[in-house]
Design a protein around this ligand. Sequence first.
Ligand code: FAD
Length: 443
Amino acid sequence: SPSIVWFRDDLRLADNPALRAAVERGEPVIAVYVLDEESPEFRSLGGAARWWLHHSLVSLRDRVIERGGAFVLRRGAAASAIAELVAQTGAGAVFWNRRYGGPQRDVDTQIKTSLREGGVEVRSFAASLLFEPWTVRTGGGTHFSVFTPFWRACLALPAPRAPLPEPRELRGPTRVPASDELDRWSLLPSRPDWAAGLRETWEPGEPAARARLRSFLREDLRGYDTTRDEPAAGNTSLLSPRLRWGELSPFTVWHAATEHEGAGRFLSEIGWREFAWHTLFHFPQLATRNLRPEFDAFPWPRLQPTHLAAWQRGETGIPLVDAGMRELWHTGFMHNRVRMVTASFLIKNLLVDWRRGEEWFWDTLVDADDAANSFNWQWVAGSGADAAPYFRVFNPELQAKKFDRDGHYIREWARDAPTEPIVDLGETRKAALAAYEQMRRAR
Ligand code: FAD
């Protein structure tokens, strides 16, 4: 009886413990991906994410088939899609790598229980995080809400396991079950086709992900500590979409990086990714609810749609903000420092609720994920875990002077942007601090 490997946010063959277990079981292997937009509380993917998913699935499908395996696409609520595939193939086992979001865990538990009741072997594996969230605990047994002690506790745990090699051969069943056609899922934009910039910038898929990891470690890691905050330096890893889609596992990244000297700073950024997922695991509503409930009383003024639209289009008249928003629109990516500045500008100069910004990033980032996006928006807003204090309002002009000294980044992205700011930075900063005071008094 065949083994089903259910791929989710782990679109890779290397270091894939679920796939490895299926190969070791010795029966034919069926790889399946389910596009699930129906399970309760599942968030639909954003546009840029759908683009990435399409191409990454093409790459994975080709690689599975090249090795002799079967690759099946299904659409619908995962519980029924998987149950149906098991019934159609007579599969005796279903294996997957764990997910950590609340609604996803609920679905996985439900599927595990009902398949096991039907006599199917079900096993799940740790593959997407270096440290399982429930294993990282404070001395008092609670979860961490501050990064530094969190990461110290992680590093005191047994070191992350070595990555598993990629299976060279996969044996599919004699009768391959029916599959959806990927093109029918319409993951790519058509009219208008806004993805030209994404195509210029990225090559999704595991082989390109591995190549980028190698070139980053060889060429860029050395300057990472000193210039990682400079958007024009171009020496951060650009691995965030690779990790988001699981084209690379964090174990692979970890072990490759620790072979190089001076990787500590880079690894601590991987630590922030772990911390974001840790936080989401313990607070599944991170995308919609303030982690710190006192922020529920924040007096957001009525939304000014023209302000939000100017921010989205990179037409605020603030050069670093406009450069960032245009980079995002064109490439599906934005440098971390600029993400912080653009987010701070939206929240604290335009006084727009962080959730509106989170939604825009969700739709436009190729690396948007359930944990990191909302975690970081709440970090900037001051309402999140180990967050920047609210009164720390980035001044985008000083940020540009400091981190884009020669103006390369702004020239590259915002050459033809408007030059008249839509708001006064000083006045809006004062208004934001007054709103914050009002919230504090309301407690
Ligand atoms: P590097 O500097 O090379 O870092 C290596 C890896 O560490 C990254 O690939 C990423 O996986 C992880 N990482 C680094 N910084 C963070 C961080 N602050 N939080 C979590 N993980 C981190 N990152 C996402 O992966 N998805 C998102 O949806 C996302 N949304 C963000 C929204 C805002 C408002 C802000 C301020 C940051 C957001 N980030 C998000 C974090 C960060 O900006 C990106 O991970 C980083 O810019 C990716 O570039 P890189 O791979 O070159 O990073």
